[in-house]
Design a protein around this ligand. Structure first.
Ligand code: AP5
Ligand code: MG
Length: 212
């Protein structure tokens, strides 16, 4: 079991690159943002607890998030892409413990470094498929038919937390709680910096160079 963490700011391209990794190499995608949104849509008890945090751009509390990840792990297998988890030092320490129990480890942490000014355009331009979760961008990665998913023809939507006001909160949360993980994984000698400023498939090429 291989474990690749995608670490980076909101809108830095973690979900987009995860989709490529799943399609090209059959990785299993573990996105805590998707798990949370699925639970909210299905109105599960955990979803109801998460909603107030995630739709405001704040982090879901560590205990709840870790419990949801542990439950989800029991339903999946294979090589994992960790997209959006861990996001705090507490979560990172817990992940180390979990993987140790499974006789596994983190193989790579890909840190998506990006100029903050680019993030607003990327997030505000994002369109998401509510059925399959695929993401598009109005200008950079547009769907073939405007506002319609290429894969399942579902009308595309904008995420509730993709407003300018919520993006500011998400970026501040990222700086405060998640940026310390860069040093954490540097210390573990598993961190590789990916230049996520690049447009289109140039980011994918860098990831290929690391995973080949
Ligand atoms: P989550 O869903 O993980 O959101 P996020 O981290 O804010 O990241 P995004 O999904 O917004 O961005 P992304 O990096 O995936 O970018 P994307 O590929 O879509 O989390 C949502 C919320 O859930 C959190 O705020 C929190 O409340 C909660 N949560 C989640 N995990 C948690 C945890 N561990 N603990 C506690 N709470 C948690 O790309 C963005 C746009 O840019 C797209 O339109 C895309 O098409 C475009 N794009 C991407 N790459 C390029 C490129 N190279 N060139 C041009 N355009 C590009
Ligand atoms: Mg995402």
């Amino acid at each position: 079991m291989r474990n690749i963490i995608l670490l980076g700011a909101p809108g830095s391209g973690k979900g987009t690159q995860s989709e490529h990794l799943v399609k090209q190499f059959g990785f299993t995608h573990l996105s805590t943002g998707n798990i949370i949104r699925d639970n909210i849509n299905q109105k599960t008890p955990s979803g109801l607890l998460c909603q107030q945090y995630s739709e405001q751009g704040k982090l879901v509390p560590d205990d709840l998030m870790i419990e949801m990840v542990e439950q989800h792990l029991q339903t999946i297998s294979g090589d994992l892409i960790w997209d959006g988890f861990p996001r705090t030092i507490t979560q990172a320490a817990k992940l180390d413990q979990l993987l140790q129990k499974l006789n596994s480890k983190i193989d790579h942490t890909l840190y998506f470094e990006i100029d903050e000014r680019k993030l607003f355009d990327r997030i505000v331009g994002r369109l998401t498929c509510p059925t399959c979760g695929r993401t598009y961008h109005r200008t950079a990665f547009p769907p073939k038919v405007e506002w319609v998913c290429d894969d399942d023809q579902t009308p595309l939507v904008q995420r509730k937390d993709d407003s300018e006001e919520k993006i500011k909160i998400r970026l501040a949360t990222y700086q405060n709680d998640t940026v310390p993980l860069v040093q954490y994984y540097l210390n573990q000698q598993v961190l590789t910096v990916i230049d996520a400023d690049m447009e289109g498939y140039a980011v994918w090429d860098q990831i290929m160079a690391v995973l080949k």
